[in-house]
Design a protein around this ligand. Sequence first.
Ligand code: HPA
Length: 271
Amino acid sequence: MKNTTTAPVIEALIARFGAPPQTAVVLGSGLGGLAKRLEDAQTADYKTLGLPEPSVAGHAGRLSIGRLGQARVAFLSGRVHLYEGRPTDEVVLAVRCMAHWGVQRVVLTNAAGGVDPSLQAGDVMLMTDHLNLTGRNPLVGPDAERWGPRFPDMGRAYDPDLRAQAQRVAGELGITLHEGVYAAMIGPSYETPAEVRMLAVLGARAVGMSTVPEAIALSQLGVPALGFSMISNQGAGIGDQPLDHADVSQAAAKAGVTLGRLIQALVEEWG
Ligand code: HPA
């Protein structure tokens, strides 16, 4: 039986790192380099903390805590995905632990395909909302009350005040920050062209395979979240290139450089 409770992880976090940082950032594929910018960084592998380990290339499974300017921040390099065949409560355990440890906000990042043809590889999109098309919900189960209300409101899943702040800081840095709805599919196959057309009809601007379970868990916990998509490719049927994980990761890294600047500035402002 895998651990899906936060208590032993919180104990390990306190023993290793002490008090919680103000902000936790989940680094999607392409953003791993951000952890290298930390000052006075301390790291721990997920395994040693009792957190589930990712099994996908490009997802390290390491927690780094340090400072950016005056602000203390946790970078979670790597996450567990539904498409790895993992139960939803394993997928959201890391963010639940951050919340119970006491972080004040969580930034969720991902690599995503552009559903709106105007989005190009290398663009960054602020998530305004999501479509949960994974067929799963991390709050399903008998004892969800220990995390928060049984039927949490999802109207502010991506905190409006944090979003306004992100747009202002992006403007100050000269970064174009697109906005839109992110559709989550379970994967791991990419979408068909017909599915991408369907997602556009439903109002999505980007599609990916993560983030939504974590955003649902954080809404239930009442912890403000912010979500960013690094557009790594145009959705199937929009461009003429077949989708390939290595190309997608490389293109996400390009958007990751821009997003890294924005996240650093935001974290410093929150500090
Ligand atoms: N679809 C789903 N997930 C993704 C994509 C995509 O096109 N690109 C990166 N992650």
